[in-house]
Structure formats: C-alpha cells, structure tokens
Design a protein around this ligand. Structure first.
Ligand SMILES: [Zn+2]
Ligand SMILES: [Zn+2]
Length: 580
C-alpha cells in the first residue's frame, strides 16, 4: 500500500517529563518543526503531534524523593515543555500526555488485541524483591551488577558498562534503591510480548523503511542478531493498568509510543476527523526521534502495530546526539544547557538557536554546542551575511527610491539562482538533510551580497538610475526568496523581515512557489531595521561562566560524595533528580 500524501502525520519523540527541557531535546524537535513548516510551504497537509511521556519508574522515584505525587511532577514538567515549545516556535498541532484517559484506553485496547492474537503470554520469572520494603523492585528501583559485563548497573539498563537494556530479573546482586538494603529474588507471573515471531516481518519492513539510513541499518543489525521477547509488565500502580491484573502496569515503552495514536485521536476528536485515517488507513507516518531510541521505534513499535493491526510508520528520522563544549552531554557532570534558564531567560532570541541546531551539521551527526561557536555563527552568518544583505538592499532602496520597490527588470540570472535554491531546499527537506537546506539558502544570501557589491548601485544611482533600479529590484527579489526559504528555520525573525519588505500577508502563509513571484514595482517598503545584532564578547563570557560554574559544582559534588562516605549510597543520584 503506497502512502497517501494527502494525510501526513509527523510526530516527535515524547519528552520524558521528569525534568526541564535541555538542548538535547531541541536537537530533535527543531528540525522536525522546520520539516513540518517546510512541507506546509509545499502545499502538504500535515498533522504534527507530540506529548509528555508521563509513566515509568524514574518519574515515580523522583516524585517520591521530592515528596510529591507522580501526577504533580508530570503536570509541572508537562507545562514546562509546552511553554518551552511555544517559546521556541516548535508548534505542535497537539501536545498531549500519555496519562490522559484516551491513552489508557488505547493502550488497553492494543494490549487486548495483542493478547487475542496470541502475541502476549504469561511467564513466571524471578524478580528483585526488597524484604524490608515488602515490594518488588521494577527498573530504577533496583541497582546491582550487569549480568553481561559485571559493571554496576541500574535495573533497566547497564548505564555504566556495556549499555545494554536489561530485562526484569536480569540484574545480579540487587540492592533496593528505596532503603539501600539487599534485595532477594522472588517468583511472580509477568507478561511477555512475543517479539521473536516478528523477525521475518521486521526484516522485510525495515528493508523498505524510509527516514535516515542510520535508523534503518542499526535496527536491521539488531533484528538479524537476536530478538528476545519483551517483558511488558511492571509491579507498580503509576501507569496504564495491564488488563485484568491489579498491581501490574504495562511497561512505559508500551504506552509511550501509543501516545502517538491517542494524541492523534484527541486532535481528531476536536476537529471532527476520523483518526483512523491516520492509523488504520494509508496515511504517511513520520517519526522524528533521538538516535538513542531507535530500537524502540524501529523494532518494538512496528511489531506491536503489526500485531494489533494498525498502520506502520513510513519513515523514522533519527537525529545525532548533542555534545556540549565538545564533551559528551551529561546532566550529572554539568555538561548541559537548559533551554529556559540558560537561554530564553537570558533574553536570547529562539530563532538564533533554531538556526544553530538546524545548520551546525547534518541531522544524523553529532551537534557540538559551545557559546563561542554559537556567537561565531550568529555574528558571521546571520549578522555578517544574511542580515547584512537584507539590510543593505532595503536601506538602499528606501533611501534612493522613495521607500518603494524600484522600477526595473529582474535579472534572469537572479531568477535562475532562486529557482535552483528552491529546488535544493525542497530536495534537502525531502531527504531530511536540514543543514544542506539551510546552507543552500545561505549560499543565496552570499550571492545577494556579491551581486550588490559587483553592480555598485551606489555609483549607478548617480549616472544610470534605471540600471540601479533593476539591480535593486533584483536584490529585493532575492531578499523575498531568502525570507520565505528561511521562514521554516527562523519563523519569528522572518516575519519581521517580511514586514520590512512591505509584503502582503505573512511569511508563514507564503508558499515556496512564491519565491518566484516578482516583487511589485512601486510597492511600498517597510522600515528597514537591523534584524540580527552582534553577540558581544562580554555576553558570551557571561553565558559561558554560568556553564563553567555548573561543571565545577558537579565536579565538587562528585568529589564530595566520594570523600564523605563510600558506604552510604545516596537514594537518588543527582542525575535521577533531573533525569530524562
Ligand atoms: Zn553491562
Ligand atoms: Zn527496600
């Protein structure tokens, strides 16, 4: 079944609402938003949904440590993420929450369908159990030793050793994270998803999966090696109840991706559309995710959808990771930039950050963020090239042509350049090559600067005003194209530029094709203003100081813990308190 291009659903990996939004999140969300805005400029109809991932043990452990309910914790960070997305121009049509009733219902419906299909079976397993706390210890409630590499590990993943996902019951030498006591192992019935029977399906599905090749190749390797059945129940009350079993909830990786469906349902209900168009028919489904959750989206998720008879994702677009100051991103070691505290609250414009994230490197590679690199990019590319050209063209036309777009012919070479840039932008977006799209627009800006410089309109105006008029009208045509093509990357700034150009309507509503519509002779221009300001060295130093202090504090904390006591295991590590 070929996808229906009239109905495109784009989703973003759900933020885990256990702590504030950081740059690593935006590494995925900004290009996704840019993609959606770009495709809308191609006339495509897109639904763009996301929402909070509200279940799982890290949230419960964190809420207990703070003495609040899990609901209070997730509500707080749900609002935070919603606010940050709005402030940074990441515009979802719908931002839901996996704890919404519709997600509980949809998850139970899918689990029942999988049970009816014979894809879920019960099995007695031995699990870590704390005799002092009188409870089973799922996932983050337990720490111990990895059975594969013998390094210290958490209950659900070997975070300090081989990095493997650990299934319930796998961890050795289990210690209770609530009381710090030694856990033992007790038998209990749990429920498993028969992932292994989906091997042939996954091999053929993944062979044709679109998106980034990184996602496809990585998951194909996994499927070729081993496909173990997944334990999909946990001993907890926070989460979606496993049908018919009090005291068991489904594993968070079951109900989190189902959020994509329930958020679609919620949006469709508000808009009188049948949600099945997206999830039971032939719509095109595109998932944008971080590179660390490829396994869940390319293996586990399509197997569940197939087993429960839902539509399958067409594309999985996995972003590369984020480095801070050339070091591996780490909240506990202080290598983190918080979007609200460190960026927005410092009065920095969100579009500059969007530009940085979209253009630093290609989507599948690592983005490195450092304040001096950020300032360099702003100063040389946005101030020096893009903003400079717009301002030169506008100011010159305003001063010498009575504030109007001059009479004159648009240079055919200019139109060719614009057309070539447009083609490159469209192709790049379709191939998820966001840097290439931005770079091609910047090349057009450079061309504009060179064009202006080469024709020396400041000389022409004295002896050949007609020629000067043609040069300026051509430059304003380039300016208009730049604003439309850059709008998906810097929506707010390009709206300001649109006004300065005196264009009708909004840059947002302009389609890509409009780049070739000639700017009208005699049309009144807006007031030219500086679009991007230089980032001064002192500002960069101040911003960097905050970041450097955070690293120092993290180092001190690390040393402090080691010096104070080697026996006392802190109940909650600082990374858990602000963990994803
Ligand atoms: Zn390990
Ligand atoms: Zn205990």
């Amino acid at each position: 079944m070929s996808p229906d291009n009239d109905h495109i659903l784009v989703t973003c990996g759900l933020p885990y609402v256990n702590g504030p939004c950081h740059l690593g999140h935006l590494r995925t969300y900004v290009p996704a938003d840019m993609y959606v805005r770009g495709l809308r400029k191609m006339g495509k109809s897109i639904l763009f949904v996301c929402g909070s991932d509200s279940h799982g043990t890290p949230i419960v452990v964190n809420a207990e440590a703070q003495g609040i309910t899990p609901k209070a914790l997730v509500t707080k960070y749900h609002r935070h993420f919603d606010d940050v997305f709005k402030s940074t121009g990441v515009e979802f049509d719908y931002f839901g929450d996996t704890d919404n009733p519709s997600n509980h219902e949809r998850t139970q419906e899918i689990v029942r369908a999988l049970m009816e299909g014979g894809y879920i079976y019960p099995l007695e397993i031995e699990l870590a159990y704390c005799p002092a706390c009188e409870r089973f210890l799922p996932d983050r409630y337990v720490e111990g030793i990895c059975p594969y590499c013998a390094k210290p590990a958490r209950g659900d993943e070997c975070d300090q050793g081989c990095g493997r996902h650990l299934e319930p019951g796998e961890i050795r030498e289990a210690m209770c994270k609530i009381c710090g006591g030694k856990a033992d192992y007790r038998k209990q019935i749990h429920y498993f998803f028969r992932l292994s029977v989906f091997k042939d399906f996954l091999l053929s599905y993944l062979a044709t999966l679109g998106g980034t090749s990184s996602a496809r190749n990585y998951s194909l390797e996994w499927v070729k090696q081993e496909l173990k059945d997944w334990c999909i129940t946990r001993n907890m009350s926070w989460g979606v109840q496993f049908p018919g079993q009090n005291g068991l909830v489904v594993y968070v990786w079951v109900d989190a991706p189902i959020g994509y469906i329930s958020f679609t349902e919620e949006w469709c209900a508000q808009n009188n559309i049948d949600w099945r168009v997206y999830w039971k028919d032939k719509a095109r489904i595109i998932h944008f995710i971080g590179g660390d959750i490829v396994y869940h989206h390319c293996i586990f998720w399509p197997a569940m959808l197939k087993g429960a008879n839902y539509s399958l994702p067409n594309d999985v677009v996995a972003s590369g990771m984020l480095k801070i100051d050339d070091k591996k991103f780490s909240k506990s070691r202080g290598y983190v930039i918080w979007v609200k505290d460190d960026y927005l609250d410092k009065g920095l414009h969100p579009d500059l950050l969007r530009y940085y994230l979209a253009s630093y490197t290609s989507h599948t590679k690592e983005v490195n963020f450092a304040w001096n690199l950020f300032a360099d990019k702003v100063n040389s590319e946005l101030v020096g090239a893009f903003g400079n050209f717009l301002n030169r063209a506008l100011t010159f036309a305003t001063r010498n042509f009575d504030g109007r777009i001059p009479q004159g012919n648009i240079d055919p070479e200019v139109n060719e350049k614009i057309e070539a840039t447009l083609e490159e932008v469209i192709l790049s977006l379709q191939e998820y090559e966001f840097k290439r799209a931005v770079d091609s627009v910047m090349t057009l800006a450079d061309y504009g600067n060179t064009y202006f410089q080469a024709y020396e309109p400041w000389k022409l105006i004295k002896n050949n005003k007609q020629m000067a008029g043609s040069v300026l009208r051509s430059c304003l045509q380039i300016a208009k194209a730049l604003v439309i093509l850059m709008n998906p990357v810097m929506p707010t700034k390009m709206e300001e530029a649109w006004k300065q150009l005196g264009m009708e309507g909004t840059a947002r509503d302009a389609s890509f094709k409009d780049v070739l519509l000639p700017v009208l002779e005699g049309q009144q221009l807006g007031k030219p203003e500086i679009l991007f300001s230089r980032m001064e060295e002192a500002t960069v130093k101040d911003l960097d100081k905050i970041f450097q202090n955070r690293i120092k504090q993290a180092e001190a904390r690390e040393k402090g813990l080691k010096v104070d006591s080697t026996e006392l295991i802190p109940l909650i590590s600082s990374s858990d308190l602000i963990s994803e």
